[in-house]
Design a protein around this ligand. Sequence first.
Ligand code: 13P
Length: 279
Amino acid sequence: PPRRGRSLGLKLSPLTIYTTNMSKRTPLIAGNWKMNKTATDGIELVKAISAAVGIDPNVNIVLCPPFTALSAVGAAIEGSHLALGAQNLHDKTNGAFTGEISASMLRDLHVTHVIIGHSERRSIFGEDDAFVNRKVHAALGATLRPILCVGELLAEREANQTMEVVRRQVEKGLEGVPAAKADHVIIAYEPVWAIGTGKTATPAMAQEVHAFIRKLLTQQFGAESAARILILYGGSMKPDNADALLAEQDIDGGLIGGASLEAKSFVELVRSASKSVAG
Ligand code: 13P
């Protein structure tokens, strides 16, 4: 079937996403709805977001509803500035994997992005780095853009293990990904202690880890590619702390949980990201 004309600026070719100015990455605000919203609720939410945002070339937006709302939300955002993401996938292409969803099933619904290795998947559902890595390859193989989530637990931060944990998750998560595919990769740094807790990393704390992640990406993909990769922050990002976080050099947007469930707060975050480019 012909591709539908959605997701302006979010086509999969890196050249259409990141234009000439390497140091200027177009920020991305991604909403992770987690296990919230029926398809009916989702349609209402995305219509409100789309109406408020219109077309804004300074920011890209991805909405990640539950699987059950992907089709309805996809139809509701057709022709808008919003793109569609999923919250998970399985690494196998098909077969006897009851309850699982493959990359090609997501592609068929015009999904362009997929969250992989979220801390809730790792801690509640026992996903390890090797599984996360296989999912990254499955996504890239289907030209889906993986949003690879990494981040330390509170105990790990307190034990000064943040960088070690993040290094392991980035290196293992991206193992075997060739430089030619680097432009499709997105990283989300989500300190686990900041997720859903109202506690957020200070901009300086987050920037320190983001800069470290970019160094790791440079080692794997080279400086030019690493400079184009988006590194999102996630963990209690809200309208009142977003400006300061997004002002940091290596914070290229947000992966938003709670504040993505209401149009007003989500749209404010989109505006912050847009302003961070314009200003
Ligand atoms: P909160 O914004 O609710 O802290 O969730 C962040 C998150 O886990 C996004 O993936």
